[in-house]
Design a protein around this ligand. Sequence first.
Ligand SMILES: [Zn+2]
Length: 473
Amino acid sequence: MKRNKTSVKNSRDPLSAEELTVLEAGMEHMQDDRSKLPPHDRSEHAHIWRFLRNHKLLCAVSILLALLLLAGLVVGVILLIHHLTAPTDTQLQEGDPITVTFFDRDPMEFDYDSLVKDGVFYIDMMTVADCLNLKISGTEHRLCFEGSDESRILFEHEKTYATINGFAVTISVPRIDNKETSPAPALVSAGSCLVPVSFMSEAVESGFSFKLNSETNTLRIRRVLTMVDNNKENAIPSPVLFTSDPFEEYIFPEEIDPTPRNPVYSIDISSYEKYILAEELLLVNKNNPLKSSHEPNDLSKLTCPTAKGKEYYLKKNAARALSAMMAAMKADGVTDVYVTSAYRSYARQEDLYDSYVQMHKNEGMSQAQAEKMASTYSARAGESEHQSGLCIDFTTNSMNGALETDFEDTDAFLWLSEHAWEYGFILRYPESEKKVAITGYDYEPWHYRFVGRAAAEEIDRRRLTLEEYLGKA
Ligand SMILES: [Zn+2]
């Protein structure tokens, strides 16, 4: 109190003793009734805070409105940027007819709805191929167009992928309604092959080009020329080439049918059935090698087509099932196929592996280097499945008896892909990287393993490896 008095006194004109008494009395009274004290905040904003305190709901609504306005602005700016950067074919004049000029033919007018489907602008590749004299092959719902140098592009009806030069890619396109890029299907039927324009224009590496005027809904498809000797007059048509480079790889969904299938045999297999149904689930791989003493006790000489001048053996069940399978292949018209290796003893595999190692040492490699090199294509003794007497390698005359991945292009491979399981055989070393990591062996389309029909059916249907089927590494 004393300090207060002093400060009051110092800051103002001196007060008389009476005045001070009155003031002190007043202050004591005010301390009893704090409502009479002046507001703490004497600033000029005080009335605003008071207003805010008294109108809470109004304030909350105002803040909300302001935030909404800001959000709307941000969305508006994003949409504007998106609109400005969207590919041109998302800006067709909706509903207006579309005029397409195929090379030097007269312009053709199409109904908007006949070329724009589900927000995607399509072009008929049949007409394009016809103008360019491209080779067309395939079936009603699956068409392949071949350009120069065996460059090819293949479409399937209602599939959202195309196969370009053997590589499956996603048909991904911007939508006309300005949604994000998304996969669109090719529409292949009744002599037409509708393909999204934006996809096609990127898939063409050389030969022709697309030019769209979205204001007039006109599309021109033109031949691209290459100048010879820097002379325009000597220009020649560029080769028609397709490329998969701009696109993402298409990952096929693993649709597994949960229902076991019943085989349909093209020959009478009744005398072979008990062998086909036998179960042979021995696992042989780098983690599960066979002992040098392992030798099947029921090796049976093969009577099916084999490499000339050699004798081949398999375990009895596998040998009989193989006879049935090869008889069925022959009945189905697949005649160019024969067995080029079957059972191999530990000693034989050892000799084979050592000969490869020796060959590389002769080339100047160290023992370790030579072994490493040989192991990339040959199994060490004990690690070869051929020692089990349950597997064979196929080849054909057209391949001159070689074991090459080209085997997958033969009729024999196509037949085996569809029917091997019916005879208890599986493709032992499938192609995908995932499977290679499991089996420890590169893709071998020629190597088939007998496991018995029930296991083969499940392994084939569920796209498993023997390791996965057995739940072992
Ligand atoms: Zn093999």
